[in-house]
Design a protein around this ligand. Structure first.
Ligand code: PLP
Length: 467
């Protein structure tokens, strides 16, 4: 009898040689993509990405593309890092899976927990593992409610979040998120979650200086706490810099004031670090850049540089002590909580970030250089604002930069610009009239220059269309 593995190998090799059209047909016939209008995509056909190296991708037509979005905000160490591949291979051979439910653990999961405690702010000594950022945020909802119940305050159920926040796609994650178009599908948000406006100066703060606006925006949290009743509020959750909402960088006064308000009412502060973690903002975690001292931190993406799925929640001693000593059994967990292969890749990824000094590289070198170069785009007739935080940035596309007058929404200026990026070998994302980037942290100054030239070209093409 023939070995089935030997039979499959040539079949797979053959599939890799399908034409782009064949891939697109099979894709449209069977694959429902996330956050996608499947009918519109089928008419157009997916772009098929076939390989990657460093900060570049190649598609099935052989085009080279500069990936200024790190996949989906995740490939922090860049593509093709052998140490991550080796860690996965070694662990797959040694022990591809075992769970952490029944009083068992695996060495990579323990090692990762230890390493995460080392790189996190000092209040964090414990971690709960999940498979993704969404699962991490579901864990947050259950954990903060269980924490307050364990302290004899079960009425503390309400979690305050922000409009235009993104916290994932599960029922709790999407409810915590403040995307109205997501709430519109599936009867969200779930009970006990409420939102305040985002600290977006362009939308809410024009006419105010930014520092004043930061305090005003944080004040909306206090107003909401008083409206709900402080004795009913369990936690506040926010991304240090809102990523999917359009890289909304809050004024420097915002997070310290949020911290003061949470302290005043004893409310848990949750920092969603799924995008901002692991060096993105020029510190290990975005809360360190933005000035808060969270009780819980959700992470995913950059923890493995996206090479393999992993997420979780860092749990401060304030919370861990209560959960451990008074909480009894926490009736929550996932098959892949502490998956040994994912954990082994995460350990290799964090060690690589340390070895390459990527946090320092972002903080002291390429981050400031990107900020400087990005600021030069303010001279472009389409650009109303250009701001960065570490290696994430946003351009505000407007009709009149002097007055920040927007283009008519039906023009979909961001999508026009994204289309030009697509055609010119650059991946940037459009969020309304904001064009955003979050390139791999290994990016060099020369690659910043290369990206800037591509961005300028795409802005010029967009301007020509808009006139
Ligand atoms: N939180 C934030 C801030 C995110 O940006 C995302 C995903 O983009 C998530 C949570 C959800 O993570 P996942 O897609 O891994 O479930």
């Amino acid at each position: 009898m023939q070995d089935p593995i030997v039979i499959q190998a040539p079949a797979l090799a053959q599939k890799a040689q399908r034409s782009t059209r064949e891939w697109q047909q099979a894709d449209a016939a069977h694959f429902l993509h996330p956050f996608t209008d499947s009918k519109a995509l089928a008419a157009k056909g997916s772009r098929i990405i076939t390989k990657a190296e460093n900060i570049y991708l190649w598609d099935s037509e052989g085009h080279k593309i500069l990936d200024a979005m790190s996949g989906l905000w995740c490939v922090n160490v860049g593509y093709g890092q052998p140490s991550l591949v080796e860690a996965a291979t070694r662990q797959l051979q040694q022990l591809p899976f075992y769970n952490a439910f029944f009083q068992t653990a695996t060495p990579p999961a323990i090692e990762l927990a230890e390493l995460l405690a080392e790189v996190s702010p000092p209040q964090f000594q414990h971690v709960f593992f999940a498979g993704s950022g969404s699962e991490g945020n579901d864990t947050v909802v259950r954990m903060v409610r269980h924490y307050w119940a364990s302290l004899g305050q079960p009425e503390r159920q309400v979690i305050i979040s922000r409009e235009n926040a993104y916290h994932g796609s599960t029922m709790a994650g999407a409810s915590l998120g403040g995307m109205r178009y997501m709430h519109a599908q599936g009867g969200l948000p779930i009970p006990g979650i409420t939102h305040i406006p985002q600290p977006y100066w362009v939308e809410h703060g024009q006419g105010m200086d930014k520092d004043t606006f930061g305090k005003v925006a944080a004040g909306w949290l206090e107003a909401k706490i008083l409206e709900v009743g402080p004795e009913k509020v369990a936690a506040f959750i926010g991304e240090p810099v809102q990523g999917a909402g359009g890289v909304i960088i809050p004024p420097a006064t915002y997070w310290p004031e949020i911290q003061r308000i949470c302290d005043k009412y004893g409310i848990l502060l949750v920092s969603d670090e799924v995008i901002c973690g692991f060096g993105r903002t020029g510190a290990w975690f975005g809360c360190e850049t933005q000035g808060s001292r969270p009780d819980l931190m959700t992470f995913a993406k950059g923890v493995t540089s996206g090479y393999i799925p992993l997420g979780g929640v860092m749990v401060s001693e304030r919370v861990a002590k209560v959960l451990i000593e008074q909480g009894g059994e926490f009736e929550h967990g996932f098959t892949y909580s502490g998956h040994p292969v994912a954990a082994a890749v995460a350990v290799a990824n964090i060690r690589l970030i340390q070895k390459l000094r990527l946090v320092e590289h972002v903080r002291d070198d390429v981050g400031p250089y990107l900020a400087q170069q990005f600021a030069t785009l303010k001279d472009h007739p389409l650009v109303g604002d250009a701001e960065t935080c570490g290696l994430m940035g946003a351009l505000l596309l407007v009709k009149d930069p002097a007055t920040l007058t927007p283009f008519p929404a039906e023009l979909e200026i961001g999508m026009v610009c994204r289309g030009h990026c697509f055609g010119n070998g650059l991946i940037m994302r459009a969020v309304g009239n904001r064009m955003i980037i979050a390139p791999p942290l290994v990016m060099t100054r020369a690659q910043v220059d290369e990206m800037m030239a591509l961005i300028r070209r795409c802005l010029d093409l967009t301007l020509a269309d808009a006139r």
